[in-house]
Design a protein around this ligand. Structure first.
Ligand code: APR
Length: 249
């Protein structure tokens, strides 16, 4: 077995508390494109980013929803399955490791794989809420109409009808659970970063912060180089599902 694989296995075995940070590269082997690789969602058409902003949603909610559903293949949401990478992280918990998964992904696949401590930094496509009355809705209601509206009946017997806001963190929204991520780093002896270009703030600051924590081992599994590779103890330029299948065989 190659040196990096042996080092990885040893680091996992020695770790008691593992903070994991994942990005879209975690789910490409489940058939979901990432954002910045060849064929990625933004690589294909950068203008899409402008439409996935809070500002665009607030100005053009009726235009936002069809674009959002198409971009994130929402009609397919229930059909994507966790890959060996998601399963590997869930199995670490089953083997008694204290694993905290902080994901930038909105596909819900870590939860579907059985990971119990999952923090969705960028929210989830599975739910939405009415900005006017706060009523909350699941995927069935969100997918029912092209532009999902609040169906709550008010005291006068009228339907609220306000266009819903997705629970996905849009550009311009605050990222969730970020304080918890830094608390988790302080409690961990291993940081595992998987499938992210580390392009987006505030996630891009994690390797620098982690580098200041004495005794915290840092491993990256990512196909492409990132600007922060030099801050990691081990960088594995492999496909995550392929790699964990190899080391688990
Ligand atoms: N295994 C390992 N790494 C992979 C794999 C794979 N199977 N497939 C792709 N990658 C790597 C790519 O090399 C790339 O560096 O995953 C990284 C994905 O980077 P991005 O496409 O930029 O996705 P991500 O880092 O998650 O983007 C962060 O940006 O636009 C926002 O909200 C969006 O959550 C997203 C955030």
């Amino acid at each position: 077995m190659r040196g990096e694989a042996e080092t990885f296995i040893k680091a996992i075995e020695n770790a008691q508390c593992i903070t994991v940070l994942t990005g879209a590269g975690m789910s490409t082997e489940s058939g979901i494109p990432d954002f910045r690789s060849a064929g990625g969602i933004w690589t294909e058409d950068m203008s899409r980013m402008e439409a996935m902003s809070r500002d665009y949603y607030e100005r053009y909610p009726k235009l936002f929803w069809p674009k959002f559903k198409e971009l994130f293949q929402m009609k397919m949401t229930g059909t994507f399955q966790p890959n060996a990478g998601h399963m590997y992280l869930a199995d670490l918990e089953k083997r008694g490791k204290d694993v905290r998964v902080f994901t930038q992904n909105i596909d819900g696949l870590h939860i579907k794989a059985g990971s119990r401590r999952v923090y969705e930094l960028h929210g989830s496509v599975q739910t939405a809420a009415c900005p006017k009355c706060g009523e909350r809705y699941g995927l069935d209601h969100i997918l029912k109409d092209d532009v999902p509206r609040c169906s709550r009946i008010n005291r006068k017997g009228e339907e609220c009808g306000f266009i819903l806001k997705t629970d996905v963190v849009l550009f311009g929204d605050a990222v969730q659970h970020f304080d918890t991520l830094f608390e988790s780093l302080d409690e961990s002896d291993l940081l595992l970063v998987i499938g992210t270009s580390l392009e987006v703030a505030p996630v891009r600051f994690v390797p620098g912060e982690a580098h200041l924590i004495p005794g915290l081992k840092k491993i990256m599994i990512n196909l492409d180089d990132t600007p922060f590779d030099h801050l990691f103890d081990v960088v594995i330029h492999r496909k995550v599902a392929e790699f964990v299948k190899e080391i688990s065989s």
